[in-house]
Design a protein around this ligand. Structure first.
Ligand code: THU
Length: 125
């Protein structure tokens, strides 16, 4: 699975987004170490803050299927990841992130997306 193919998978799955409020469809496709691609979309809600970004539905699905942080090689997203999703991408220890932004395709690492991350090591327990 090439980066272009993964981005094409993210583009295709975006058609399944449930985004009646923003009308902004987002797709995410994540390549796992075993070669499987897990996909997700944003799912909005009439109570706006309850909506979930495409990245989070994708990783919640992957974790539910038995994957763990560190099992993810590349994430392709049809939009620039929001701040909260950058924290999720860091938590999942994805190696590389590809995303569309203003007609360009950008590639970054989690550290580049979110420098000086909050980590569990910072917790007192
Ligand atoms: N959205 C995502 O799915 N991922 C992001 O990282 C950016 C924002 C969604 C949330 C909402 O459904 C819509 O895009 C508009 O903000």
């Amino acid at each position: 699975m090439t980066d272009d193919e993964l981005l094409a998978a993210a583009d295709a799955v975006a058609a399944r987004a449930y985004a009646p409020y923003s009308r902004f469809d987002v797709g995410c496709a994540v390549l796992c170490r075993d070669g499987r691609v897990v996909e997700g979309v944003n799912v909005e809600n009439a109570a706006y803050p309850l909506g979930v970004c495409a990245e989070r539905t994708t990783f919640a699905r992957a974790i539910s299927e038995g994957y763990h942080p560190g099992d993810f090689v590349v994430a392709a997203i049809t939009a620039s990841p929001c701040g909260g999703c950058r924290q999720w991408l860091a938590e999942m220890r994805v190696e590389r992130i590809l995303f569309r932004n203003g007609g360009r395709v950008v590639e970054m690492t989690p550290d580049e997306l979110l420098p000086e991350q909050f980590e569990a090591d910072d917790l007192p327990v």
